[in-house]
Write a protein that binds this ligand. Structure first.
Ligand SMILES: [Zn+2]
Length: 588
C-alpha cells in the first residue's frame, strides 16, 4: 500500500472548477474587505455593527485563505518539483498580503471605540470574539502611523530579512573538511553536525573539531548578520514603545513576566539534576568526570527494533485509547480516512509535520516513516497536534489561533504516552537507549534552551552599545553554557560557536525563540503529572484547555485545567518528573 494522503476533501487539483471558483471568491472577498475598511473605519459611530460586519467578512477571508493556501502548501510538501504548486502558492501569498491594510485599520478602529465593553455586550457575535477584539486593541497600542508601518515593513525586507537569508546561505553552503577512515572529504554542515548522533566515538569527536574549525571562514560575516538583525530589533521595539525586545516577545506570546520568571527560576533549581545526568552519561561513555560537548548526543544501549507502519498504528491506537476513547478514535479516523502521507519518496520534503485545516475540520500529517522507535513516537507526536486541532473544531477560525509556547502541548503529551508505554516491561538495553534519547531531548529543551536564553539576553544588552565582535560572541556563549550546564559539561570542551548554526537567533520576526520550547515541554509534562494524579477525571479538563487555547492568554489557558503557570510549584512538578527519569537512568 502506498499510504499517501488524500486531499480530495480540499480540492482534486488546481484545474478543477471548485478550486478556481474558490480562488475567485477569495479575490472578491479581499476587494470587499479593503473597501469595507475604507468605508467604515473613519469614525466610531455604530461601532458594534461596523465591527460585526468586519469580523464576518474577515472570518470568510481567513477561511478561503486557509483552504487555498493549505492545498498548495500540502501538495508542495510532498512534491517540491510541482511547478504548478510553486506558481499558485506565489500568487496566493502575494494576494494574501492585501489583508494587512484592513487588519491595521481594524486595530486602530477598535482602539478608538469608547466603552468597548458595552459595544461587545451588544452582540453575541462580538461576545464570542471578546478575546480577539481585546487583543486587537492591545496591538494597536504599539502600532505606528500607517506610513511608518509601511516604511518599516519595506525596509525590513532589505534589512533584517535580507541578513537572515545571508546567514542561511552562509551555513547552507559551508563545506567542512574532514578525514574519515583515511579519506579526506568536504561535507555540508548538516552532515557533519549529524555525526554527533553516531555510535562511533571517534567520529563524533572528529566531526566536532572539524565543525568548529570550519566556522572560522564565515564567523565575521555571520556576526555582522546577527549585529544587523538585533540592532534593527532594538530600534523597532523602542519605536513601538516597548521597554525591551523581551517585553515585545512576551506580548506576542500572550505571556506575562511573572510566568517567565517562575519558569526560569524553576529551571535553575533543577539544573543540578541534569548535571547528574550528564556526568553519568560521561561515565558510561568512559570519560572521567564531565561530558565533553561532542558527546552530548551520543547514543547509548541498544534499540534496533524495527516497526512496520501497521505495528506503529496498532501501538498508537492501543495506548491513546488507554488515555481516552476520543483520542484513540481520533487516531483511528486519521488512519482510515488517509490523512497521513507515510513514506519517504523522491521530491518529498524531510522531517514531519501536522497541518490543521480548520474550515474542513481535519488535519493532514506528513511523515517520513522508516520504522525506528523514533518514527513511532513522531507519529504519536503529529497525531497529538492533530488532536489539538480536533478539539478546536467547534471554535471560529479567529478563536483557533494559539501562540508558540502552547503549540507543542498536545504533541509532547501524546509522545509521553507512547514513551511511557514503551518503557514498561522493555529489556534493560532498550530502556537505557530510550531513556538516554528522551533525557537528551529534555536536556536540550531545558538546559540548552536556558543557555540560549541567557546568551540572547546578553547579546541584546551589549548590542545597545554598538556592534559585538566575534570574540565577544564566543565569550558570551561560553559563559552561557557554563552557567546552564554547570559541572555537567567539560568547561574546556564547550561550543563557542553555538550561535552560528542555530537559525533561531537570526529570525527577523521573532526573538527569544528559545524559552517557548521549555514552556511547551514543561507545560505538557505538568499536565501529564496531573493526569497521573487524577486519572480519567483529568481528560475533560485537558480537552477543554485545548479547545480554548486560541482565546486566552497563556495564564488563562492553564487555568482551564486548574493550573497557575505563574506558580513556580507547577513548573517544579514537571521538572520533578524529569528528575525521576534521570534517577531511573542512573540506577540502571
Ligand atoms: Zn511538533
Amino acid at each position: 500500500m502506498e499510504e499517501r494522503w488524500s486531499l480530495n476533501a480540499l480540492y482534486e487539483s488546481f484545474e478543477t472548477e471548485k478550486f478556481n471558483s474558490d480562488l475567485n471568491t477569495y479575490k472578491k472577498l479581499l476587494d470587499d474587505i479593503v473597501i469595507y475598511a475604507e468605508n467604515n473605519f473613519s469614525d466610531t459611530e455604530n461601532a458594534g455593527k461596523k465591527l460585526e460586519g468586519f469580523i464576518a467578512l474577515y472570518l470568510d477571508v481567513l477561511k478561503y485563505a486557509e483552504l487555498l493556501l493549505s492545498f498548495a502548501r500540502l501538495i508542495l510538501s510532498v512534491d517540491v518539483n510541482d511547478e504548478n504548486a510553486v506558481k499558485t502558492l506565489d500568487v496566493l501569498e502575494e494576494l494574501t498580503t492585501r489583508i494587512t491594510g484592513p487588519e491595521v485599520a481594524a486595530m486602530n478602529f477598535v482602539s478608538k471605540v469608547a466603552e468597548l465593553d458595552t459595544v461587545i455586550c451588544s452582540s453575541s457575535m462580538l461576545q464570542e470574539h471578546t478575546f480577539a477584539i481585546y487583543e486587537m486593541k492591545q496591538k494597536a497600542e504599539h502600532l505606528l502611523s500607517e506610513a511608518e508601518e509601511i516604511c518599516i515593513a519595506k525596509m525590513e525586507t532589505t534589512g533584517s530579512a535580507a541578513w537572515e537569508k545571508l546567514r542561511d546561505q552562509l551555513t547552507a553552503t559551508l563545506k567542512v573538511d574532514i578525514t574519515i577512515d583515511g579519506a579526506a572529504k568536504s561535507e555540508p554542515l548538516t552532515v557533519i553536525r549529524n555525526y554527533a548522533h553516531s555510535p562511533d566515538a571517534e567520529l563524533r569527536k572528529n566531526a566536532y573539531e572539524c565543525e568548529l574549525k570550519a566556522y572560522e571562514a564565515i564567523d565575521k560575516s555571520a556576526a555582522a548578520c546577527l549585529n544587523a538583525i538585533k540592532g534593527e530589533v532594538l530600534t523597532v521595539s523602542a519605536l513601538r514603545g516597548f521597554a525591551s525586545p523581551l517585553e515585545m516577545t512576551l506580548k506576542d506570546a500572550r505571556m506575562d513576566r511573572n510566568t517567565l520568571d517562575s519558569l526560569i527560576n524553576a529551571i535553575k533549581k533543577y539544573l543540578p539534576a541534569f548535571e547528574r545526568f550528564f556526568r553519568h552519561k560521561a561515565k558510561l561513555l568512559g570519560h572521567n568526570g564531565a561530558l565533553p560537548f561532542y558527546d552530548l548526543f551520543a547514543p547509548l544501549g541498544k534499540s534496533d527494533t524495527q516497526y512496520t507502519y501497521d505495528e506503529a498504528k496498532g501501538l498508537v491506537v492501543k495506548n491513546f485509547s488507554l488515555f481516552s476513547q476520543r483520542l484513540g478514535e481520533y487516531a483511528q479516523r486519521a488512519f482510515v480516512h488517509n490523512w497521513i502521507d507515510v513514506y519517504p519518496r523522491e521530491g518529498k520534503t524531510g522531517g514531519a509535520f501536522c497541518s490543521g485545516i480548520h474550515p474542513i475540520g481535519e488535519s493532514r500529517i506528513m511523515l517520513n516513516f522508516g520504522g525506528t522507535f523514533q518514527d513511532v513516537t513522531t507519529l504519536a507526536h503529529e497525531l497529538g497536534h492533530g488532536f489539538h486541532n480536533e478539539c478546536l473544531k467547534g471554535q471560529t477560525l479567529l478563536n483557533s489561533y494559539y501562540t508558540m509556547p502552547i503549540a507543542e502541548t498536545a504533541s509532547t503529551f501524546c509522545e509521553t504516552i507512547l514513551i511511557n508505554a514503551a518503557l514498561k516491561d522493555a529489556p534493560k538495553e532498550t530502556v537505557i537507549s530510550v531513556l538516554n534519547a528522551d533525557l537528551t531531548d529534555a536536556a536540550q529543551v531545558i538546559v540548552d534552551i536556558y543557555s540560549r536564553y541567557l546568551f540572547e539576553t546578553e547579546v541584546f544588552e551589549q548590542r545597545k552599545d554598538g556592534s559585538v565582535s566575534v570574540d565577544e560572541l564566543k565569550e558570551m556563549m561560553i559563559w552561557a553554557q557554563k552557567e546552564a550546564y554547570g559541572g555537567g559539561l567539560d568547561h574546556n570542551i564547550l561550543h563557542p560557536y553555538a550561535w552560528l548554526p542555530k537559525s533561531h537567533y537570526y529570525y527577523a520576526h521573532s526573538n527569544f525563540y528559545n524559552f517557548p520550547y521549555a514552556y511547551g515541554f514543561l507545560f505538557s509534562k505538568g499536565l501529564y503529572a496531573k493526569y497521573l494524579r487524577e486519572g480519567g477525571a483529568f481528560v475533560k479538563d485537558y480537552e477543554e484547555l485545548l479547545a480554548f487555547s486560541g482565546q486566552n492568554d497563556l495564564r488563562g489557558v492553564g487555568l482551564k485545567a486548574g493550573i497557575d503557570v505563574r506558580d513556580g510549584a507547577f513548573w517544579e512538578s514537571s521538572l520533578k518528573l524529569v528528575e525521576r527519569e534521570i534517577d531511573e537512568f542512573i540506577g540502571l
